[in-house]
Design a protein around this ligand. Sequence first.
Ligand code: ADP
Ligand code: ADP
Length: 230
Amino acid sequence: KGNIDFNNVTFGYENHSHVLKDINLNVRAGETLALVGPSGAGKSTLCSLIPRFYEIDDGSVTIDGIDIRSMKQQSLRNQIGIVQQDVFLFNGTIRENIAYGRLEASEEEIWDAARAAHLEAMIQALPDGLDTFIGERGLKLSGGQRQRLSIARIFLKNPPILILDEATSALDTETETMIQQALEKLAHNRTTLIIAHRLATIRHADRIVVVTEEGIAEQGRHEELIAAGG
Ligand code: ADP
Ligand code: ADP
């Protein structure tokens, strides 16, 4: 589970010319795919079409052979975990933010997810632990803490597809390493992983796709692209 197909996909934002033109791309179930390329090429846009944040103009996107337009919003989003640069947190406790969408989760499951995302030490240092308020009403979290929290949320949800959209580009090295380790654990659980980044920082990718304004330029393994001088 977690096979994604872009079939002749064309998309432009409202009142703008097309960002993606006639894109064909297959992401195999369980593979780690890195999307690289210059800023503005359309990597983020490509990522956001999978959870259907926007409607495409032409072509189709399918998951396991099913057109995403024929899926219920909830069942589509249940299959996808997405980490973006700006993580969405709502006013509530750490516990509620981790268990978002899975409010029946047990204390043990929440702790397991927090541990996997390297959040344990931070939570233990807070006065009310998991029940500390965050968001506008409470504690301000750093960018790295917010991202690790959103990763904990994904561990709990355990979706077959995980998308990381420039997620670690604004972080310090230590936080980035922690996040990478957490992600490797997730990828190991046979998750389909799509990583979009300006630079090819991901060495564990099974395949690298270069996105440019002209479309998808090259595909190959990391070593092959390095050998080609890319
Ligand atoms: P990348 O992720 O490769 O940096 P993006 O997908 O963010 O590229 O952007 C592709 C193009 O779409 C850029 O020209 C960008 O300015 C434009 N774009 C991105 N988001 C929006 C939006 N919400 N509305 C209009 N244009 C957008
Ligand atoms: P869940 O999949 O857990 O039900 P959502 O689908 O509501 O959650 O949102 C998942 C993530 O996607 C959140 O970080 C949210 O901010 C982000 N998101 C939702 N809609 C959009 C959108 N149109 N553009 C960009 N990000 C979005």
